[in-house]
Design a protein around this ligand. Structure first.
Ligand code: UT7
Length: 336
């Protein structure tokens, strides 16, 4: 029998309705539309509003869209992995909340915390379950309600992040389509430059931590930028080299959407031209684990069976990596 690979068979996405524009941010902090656009490429981002709404509420429409496209019931899902750094609660896992909300009664689920690389980590993890031959339908969702941990008085971070989610279904394939290879890396020394200071077991929430605004994203942007530029590009190059792929072989680069300058330097390094680079940062900002599947969602109709797709990400941890996918279906088979 041919080797089993984990093919992506459908994509879903969801962004909340509320649009937070650069113009609105100009009223909140000392910034300008021009600065944000030229330094990051972002025009607007989406924010999940409403009492009692969390990351699971971003995931539910994604999961239901995927089920609808594939014509399956949530009860057919074997496993749900949610990549997020903004879980509904510290525990239980957001995946458990989502399986309950969608009626995925036969699925087990867990979360992966790898910040902006979370979707790549989760995709690769999910692929192993399919390749084992024991599981037939594994759903992977990258989702973050970043607005829940962003300080809207800090101009260095509030301009970047937004809320959103995207996901895919993995199913067994014996024709060589799906997740072919990946390089995933982490380096904990990078936590110094990108983290949330309080709310974990080291520094549980107190009145003091709240007053000191320590429950928000802390980022030393310049340092993160420097590491992101080199590591994301090198991971993509290494995956290409060991699979004997040249830039001409790549149909699409799907980069994490953190900053259009990081995206440009990654694509230039591996010599993939701009027209083959998926980009939606201008509309959604940085949705952390959501960016890569949201790109797939936006570009799904353009994807063709057999396309070689290179995904690359860098984020908090530090974590980074690149995944090589051979696309399994013509994207225009699903209307959106
Ligand atoms: O996705 C997870 C990983 N995260 C990333 O990959 C983010 C990586 N970092 C970045 O994208 C960029 O570093 C930022 C967008 C966060 C910042 O851009 P930068 O070009 O690195 O700016 P900077 O931090 O070097 O700041 C340059 C200047 C500073 O002023 P001075 O010191 O030169 O007077 C900042 O205070 O820009 C100032 N500045 C701003 N000005 C207007 C910083 N933020 C703003 C702002 N509006 N929002």
């Amino acid at each position: 029998m041919n080797k089993i690979t984990a093919a992506i068979t459908a994509v879903g996405g969801y962004v909340p309705d509320y649009v937070l524009t650069n113009q609105e941010l100009e009223k909140l902090v000392d910034t300008t539309n021009d600065w944000i656009l030229t330094r990051t490429g972002i025009s607007e981002r989406r924010i999940l509003k409403g009492e009692g709404k969390g990351t699971s509420d971003l995931c539910v429409p994604v999961a239901l869209e995927i089920c609808k496209k594939r014509g399956i019931s949530p009860e057919e899902i074997d496993l749900l992995i949610v990549a997020t750094v903004t879980p509904d609660m510290t525990f239980p896992a957001t995946a458990n909340v989502v399986t309950d909300k969608i009626g995925a009664k036969n699925a087990f689920g867990f979360d992966i915390s790898a910040a902006c690389s979370g979707f790549l980590y989760a995709l690769d993890t999910g692929a192993r379950f399919i390749e084992s031959g024991r599981y037939q339908k594994v759903m992977i969702i990258g989702a973050d309600k970043m607005s829940s941990i962003i300080d809207y008085t800090d101009r260095t971070t509030c301009i970047i992040f937004g809320d959103g989610a995207g996901g895919v279904l993995l199913e067994p394939n014996t024709e060589g389509y799906g997740i072919i290879d990946s390089i995933l890396k982490s380096d904990g020394h990078g936590r110094e430059y990108l983290h949330m200071k309080a709310g974990g077991s080291v520094k549980p929430a107190t009145l003091e931590t709240v007053n000191a605004r320590e429950h928000y994203v802390y980022q030393e942007g310049k340092m993160v930028f420097k590491y992101a530029v080199s590591n994301m590009a090198e991971a993509a190059r290494d995956v290409m080299q060991r699979n004997k792929l040249t830039a001409d072989d790549i149909a699409w680069l799907v980069p994490h959407q953190a900053n259009k300058r990081i995206i440009a330097s990654t694509s230039q390094y591996i010599e993939v031209p701009e027209e083959k680079v998926m980009m939606n940062i201008h509309r959604y900002g940085n949705t952390t684990a959501g960016t890569i599947p949201l790109c797939l969602w936006d570009y799904e109709k353009k994807l063709k069976k057999g396309d070689n797709i290179m995904m690359a990400a860098f984020g908090g941890g530090f974590t980074w990596g690149a995944n090589y996918i051979r696309w399994a279906y013509d994207g225009d088979q699903y209307g959106k």
